[in-house]
Design a protein around this ligand. Sequence first.
Ligand SMILES: *[C@@H]1O[C@H](CO)[C@@H](O)[C@H](O)[C@H]1NC(C)=O
Ligand SMILES: *[C@@H]1O[C@H](CO)[C@@H](O)[C@H](O)[C@H]1NC(C)=O
Ligand SMILES: *[C@@H]1O[C@H](CO)[C@@H](O)[C@H](O)[C@H]1NC(C)=O
Ligand SMILES: *[C@@H]1O[C@H](CO)[C@@H](O)[C@H](O)[C@H]1NC(C)=O
Ligand SMILES: *[C@@H]1O[C@H](CO)[C@@H](O)[C@H](O)[C@H]1NC(C)=O
Ligand SMILES: *[C@@H]1O[C@H](CO)[C@@H](O)[C@H](O)[C@H]1NC(C)=O
Ligand SMILES: [Zn+2]
Length: 734
Amino acid sequence: MNTKNLLIGFAIVYVTTGIAIGVGLYYAGYNADHSPAPKRDMFQELQDEISASKIDQYLKHLSSVPHLAGTDQDLQQAEWLRDNFNKSGLDRVVVVPYHVLLSYPNMTQPNKVYLLDDKGNANFTTSGKQTPLSQPEESSPLAAPNFNAYSGQTGEIESDGLVYVYYGQQEDYDHLESVGIDVTGMIVLARYGASFRGNIVDLAQKKGAKGVLLYSDPKDFAQQGRNEVYPDSWWMPGMAVQSGTVYLGNGDPLTPFYPAIESAYRIKESDALLPSIPVQPIGYDEAEVLLRAMNGPLAPEKWRGDLNTPYSLGPGFQYGSGWKIKMNMLTANKMVTTYNTIGMLYGEQEPDRYVLVGNHRDAWVLGALDPSSGTACMLEMARAFGKMKLDYGWRPRRSLVFCSWGAEEYGLIGSYEWVEQHAKVLSQRAVAYLNVDIAVEGNYSLWGSGAPLMNKVYLESSKKIANPNTAEVNDGRPTVFDTWVHRYPDANHPSKPRVGILGSGSDYTAFMHVLGVPSIDIRYTYQEEIGSYPLYHTLYETHHLLANIMDKGFVYHRAVTQLWTEVARNLLESVVLPMDLDWYATYLNESVAGIKNRYGAQLEANQATLTHFERAVGNFAVATRRFQDTTLARLDPNDLLAVRRINDQLMQLERHFVDPHGLPNRPEYNHIVFAPSSSDSYSSSSFSGLTDLLEAVGNETEAQRPKEWAQIQQHLSVIAFFVDAAGESLNDYL
Ligand SMILES: *[C@@H]1O[C@H](CO)[C@@H](O)[C@H](O)[C@H]1NC(C)=O
Ligand SMILES: *[C@@H]1O[C@H](CO)[C@@H](O)[C@H](O)[C@H]1NC(C)=O
Ligand SMILES: *[C@@H]1O[C@H](CO)[C@@H](O)[C@H](O)[C@H]1NC(C)=O
Ligand SMILES: *[C@@H]1O[C@H](CO)[C@@H](O)[C@H](O)[C@H]1NC(C)=O
Ligand SMILES: *[C@@H]1O[C@H](CO)[C@@H](O)[C@H](O)[C@H]1NC(C)=O
Ligand SMILES: *[C@@H]1O[C@H](CO)[C@@H](O)[C@H](O)[C@H]1NC(C)=O
Ligand SMILES: [Zn+2]
């Protein structure tokens, strides 16, 4: 295809998709002129452009006011992003609304928890909100009282018993059962920190609990003691509360699988995947009062935290019989509109190939870390890319799409609805999705998760980013990569850093797990072994916390922006897409070996075989090798048709692992290799469709086993088929 034909092709694309008349004009100008801009080192230009103080200013603005999804501030920030993207020089910016079911507390009357004495009088009442401690914005009347979104019941819920269930996981209930404690009809008090709160509530509900109280123990979240806390450090003060959703699904609860657009059919709220019991978060000062009032057996040593109480398990109260625990709940679901802001910089040679970068915008309160640290970085990245266009007339080879998602906190809603709406186009044209949620949750090391195909571009890019930590530089680690591999070496490949598997904690989920668009997630993290940074989802996620405690000078923010920008630039500009075929083959090989190691004997004893799966993985490795040694090695980069054909194969490879029918018992997840674990939505493992089945086999009844093994055998054959088909897609001929 010559340039002229390409131009016509592009014009057709624009007309049919209705995106970008402007680009056609730009093209015409460029060609008439015949004087391409002087060759510039776009890597260096972009890197130099990225400014820590600009990120600081963006963050200051974004975190100056609460911006909960579905509120006026959600729309205001969506429009502020639109105006900024526009000012940066992006070609087209749109604000996309979705009408969805969210959940809110009563703004003037907080939810309360009461300890009632034998006369029914309140001996203790929780405050229901967090006290402003330091920054003026903490006093905003727009700050919502403490709540967990989609809490299941309004009104007064009362119980004779309160049971301490530690982290509220299956093994914790097993222990309670072993000491004769049944939580049926009880309210349970669970600790944050070991799994996604939606799973804590789901299990409590299955166990028959009447309600759930969640708190963060100082042993996890105030490790320097209760006096060394915010605003002097990043640790959690006693009345701080982690808000958060307890919805286990993804996307708008009322429009599963389909976009929440005007024509959408909405299911009944009672049919949605929402909890039916009430949930309320409380501060650890308050949890302490409740725990001190409890009697019953002492909790095991491991379960005891740092509160001034022996940690009795309950369910009774030590002050006598007739004492009760009561929740007064006003959290209610509500139909509202949330917004995505989508900005596009059109590509020059392949405008119909998209590299997408995304971050959510909504926060529980001020959200300086989650997610505004990421939003500030994205704004700065957009400004840098836009400046290259405005100053030099530069455009990337492919199109760059900036996505600011709404209502992520409630269940990845903005990104899911958008992906559902554009599923076919994205499936055909999206090259990769690069997510940053919290850009800086610590300053210890880069922490990366991502698809194996992204391995090379991710790692190679991190080798080009200057280390923001001067002590590390002085120790001989000049790049972000050096500290990353030093702090988190991959056990099997020590010259590589460990790259996590994408679970379901953020907006890459719909791209990776539903569409099979290879994705990565970037953040700087902390050293401590805790489930989240201490002030996660509290009122105290402020600009002060980042600017004066966690990232003085915003140098870690700048490093994240530089890395994010470079990964995007590489994917936008490389003539041949930099997909890491070798690493995918190695990854699959190690996964099947791990499964054989762990379940091999069990499989064999039940006449299930890994033979086909292993053979398929071997075939995949052969196919990727052949593709690299012959197809890629012989590629003439001036043969535009050949380049395009090969890039299509590379771009589509991840899609070949997507089963439109979904995983066994989980039709909402389609990627057969990667899926969030079914017992903890935050984490993920490879082939969890298979491993979940293997973990569950025989847990119900013996009579179920033949059926369960039949399902395992069927899924094994599906896996082998998809891995084989993925390898075959690298051939030219059917
Ligand atoms: C974007 O900016 C241009 C001028 O720079 C203006 O004409 C246009 O209306 C703006 N668009 C939006 C959506 O603000
Ligand atoms: C919140 O509570 C106040 C006081 O009880 C009441 O007047 C108001 O209607 C409630 N708001 C909502 C949205 O339910
Ligand atoms: C709560 O009850 C305990 C035990 O009876 C008592 O010591 C304490 O003073 C009571 N507190 C309040 C505020 O009534
Ligand atoms: C890094 O973060 C810790 C809190 O985790 C903080 O004490 C320290 O001052 C931070 N370092 C820099 C350079 O910001
Ligand atoms: C896969 O693993 C086997 C050993 O388990 C090894 O012999 C083979 O080279 C590996 N193949 C790839 C592509 O890593
Ligand atoms: C099934 O039971 C085993 C041991 O009895 C346990 O380790 C596992 O977690 C259970 N799995 C599920 C999904 O309940
Ligand atoms: Zn977030």
